[in-house]
Ligand binder design. Structure first.
Ligand code: SF4
Length: 330
């Protein structure tokens, strides 16, 4: 069995990243502030004396969710049945549409890898959810088609990436990591992680360097494909801005340690919950501005008090001031 096949058997993806998130069809409407019952939560990982340590299975999104808000983590990954989420977001639909089109563009035969074909792929893969109305959806579909068309104009269609929409997975002493990389380029004998962004605001200069998710992808890709992978890049489609970082052994190790530390905290919280600690103590809420964009806000009184609700299309609103709050993903 290949290393990759072995990994795929050991590591099951837990939850798509926001950019991978599929639009949610016909989500049920639930009463406000329904609290998950403690007995619905189950421990993610418990250490039994004398037994080999079980690895913490996770994606970068799972770790980030715990870091951002333990309560949200519990509701997303532990409570079963999972509390229903809010309605789909237009900015998520935009991201999914663009990612799908860019992924499929590389599946086209070389003569059809044209900018016009890229725009066409946006249109036929458009996710029509979360928009205010048909007019807004159509306007953003054409805007997205234009941004993808411009983006691929800067690519050489003959230079096939090493992988597109590639699932990567690996293990550390504590983690069984998995995740999906938008694109893995091969340049000068090394792999490069490329992550597409469609957020309203372009990434900052440091965003690629400080991203634990990108570092984990590089780490996993290098191990899986047995090829050095130290460069990570954020490609912001709306502006064409590319923000890159070159990792070293030390910086990768730092991100791994950070990921393991978050996983250890999440594991410890799950163990406390299993031992009877009240859910809101084991997994406290962390209210703040991001609560506006939380899919589980309806089940969280502290989050409702901390930040106003946003309309599903607020994340792409083009008539708001530049300093208007923006969703955290994309
Ligand atoms: S609304 Fe805010 S505090 Fe509540 S779960 Fe979501 S992110 Fe956490």
């Amino acid at each position: 069995m290949s290393q990759q096949a072995a990994m795929s058997q050991q590591v099951q993806p837990q939850q798509a990243r926001a950019k991978e998130a599929q639009p949610q069809q016909a989500r049920a409407q639930e009463p406000q502030a329904r609290q998950p019952r403690p007995e619905q939560a189950r421990p993610e990982q418990l250490q039994l004396d004398g037994m080999p340590r079980r690895l913490f299975m996770c994606t970068p999104t799972r770790l980030t969710t715990f870091e951002d808000c333990p309560r949200r983590y519990r509701m997303t990954y532990l409570d079963r049945p999972a509390p229903p989420k809010g309605p789909p977001w237009a900015h998520t639909s935009l991201g999914v549409s663009v990612h799908t089109a860019l992924g499929r563009w590389w599946d086209e035969p070389l003569p059809r890898r044209t900018p016009a074909r890229a725009a066409h792929l946006v249109r036929v893969n458009w996710v029509d959810e979360g928009w205010r109305d048909e007019e807004q959806s159509a306007r953003w579909r054409e805007r997205a088609a234009g941004m993808v068309e411009r983006y691929v104009t800067g690519l050489d269609p003959a230079v096939q990436p090493r992988a597109v929409e590639r699932q990567v997975a690996t293990k550390t002493g504590l983690l069984a990591l998995s995740g999906r990389v938008d694109r893995l380029d091969e340049r000068d004998g090394e792999l490069v992680v490329v992550d597409y962004k469609t957020s309203r605001r372009p990434p900052g200069d440091d965003d690629a360097r400080v991203s634990t998710a990108l570092a984990l992808y590089a780490f996993a890709a290098e191990r899986m494909l047995r090829q050095r992978c130290r460069r990570v890049e954020l490609h912001h489609l709306p502006t064409g801005r590319v923000v890159a970082a070159e990792h070293t052994d030390e910086s990768l190790a730092r991100h791994i340690r950070r990921a393991e530390s978050i996983a250890a905290d999440a594991s410890a919280a799950a163990a406390r919950l299993a031992a009877g600690q009240p859910p809101d103590e084991a997994f406290p809420s962390r209210p703040g501005p991001l609560c506006s964009w939380c899919d589980l806000r309806r089940h969280c009184p502290p989050g409702q008090a901390a930040a106003p609700a946003r309309l599903p299309w607020a994340g792409v609103a083009d008539d708001e001031p530049a300093d208007a709050p923006v969703p955290p993903v994309g």
